[in-house]
Ligand binder design. Structure first.
Ligand code: TMP
Length: 260
């Protein structure tokens, strides 16, 4: 597969063309941003960890029938993925109240939600990714009702599966954001982008220590070490890594999956 020209550069990833018009290369950068690009940093090794973690999670999801863009990981920082037209909506699924939900609605931090809450944000940096309703999505024809219901159902299945997967390694899946796209080849809606500690809130089961990008957002330090801890618990990180592991509490059960 030949790597072609840069098609798009986002805050944390770059998309390159390939010799096949239906596939592209997704490159994970070390750049981190928060609060709509107001806070920026380069976090050495983050891209490598997100590449591996997202590969692992998307592969696992495709095993339970959640179609997604991942074809294969190519190297430390890159994946070959199916080219999609990204739907301009961020789908946020929450199990525990934190982040913008607590700020917006005054819900107490840490409240366990009776059932998963799906929120929609318009993907528009200039507008600051505003929260939108189902009615906005339908009215402005960003999706039709069938498509929206299909994506909602997928979001709940993804949440269900990932909650279980993370629970098995002593991590609470607090909330996460996913994006979907329509394939160039036949307009099928599939999961795209990435699922990683950049796009999820992951708390240690016993201590509620943050193992995700909130360490950057809130200046908690040990960002890479936290991402590395997630990868280690997922069984996809070799122990001989040169980054010293941070002392987080032991997971209740560790599911080891040997990396290929
Ligand atoms: P929020 O509480 O800031 O709205 O974030 C909800 C979830 O979505 C959290 O897991 C972080 C993730 N997220 C992204 O992946 N990208 C974003 O741009 C934002 C705002 C949140």
């Amino acid at each position: 597969m030949k790597k072609g020209k840069k098609l798009y550069e986002g805050k944390a990833k770059i998309i390159f063309a390939t010799s096949d018009k239906n596939t592209v290369i997704q490159h994970f950068k070390d750049d981190a941003t928060a609060f709509n690009n107001q806070k920026k940093a380069n976090i050495d090794g983050k891209g490598i960890l997100n590449n591996r973690i997202s590969e692992h999670l998307l592969k696992s999801l495709s095993e339970i029938g959640i179609k997604n863009h991942l074809i294969k990981r190519l190297n430390m920082r890159e994946q070959l993925v199916e080219l999609v037209n990204i739907i301009p909506i961020e789908f946020v699924i929450r199990n525990i109240a934190t982040g913008s939900l607590t700020k917006r609605l005054g819900i107490e931090e840490g409240t366990i939600l009776d059932y998963p809450l799906i929120e929609y944000c318009l993907k528009d940096d200039k507008l600051g990714d505003p929260i939108i309703s189902r009615e906005h999505i339908l009215n402005f024809k960003w999706l039709n009702l069938i498509e929206l219901d299909l994506i909602n159902e997928q979001c709940l299945r993804i949440n269900d599966y990932l909650q279980g997967l993370f629970r098995g390694i002593g991590i609470k899946l607090v909330d996460f954001k996913v994006e979907f796209g329509k394939t160039k080849s036949n307009e099928t809606i599939i999961l795209a982008d990435e699922i990683s500690p950049d796009t999820c809130r992951l708390w240690d089961q016993e201590t509620d220590k943050k193992l995700d990008k909130d360490r950057f957002r809130k200046d908690l330090g040990n960002i890479v070490e936290a991402y590395q801890e997630v990868a280690r618990r997922l069984g996809i990180l070799h122990e001989q890594s040169n980054i010293r592991p941070i002392k987080f509490s032991k997971p209740t059960a560790v599911k080891i999956k040997k990396s290929k």
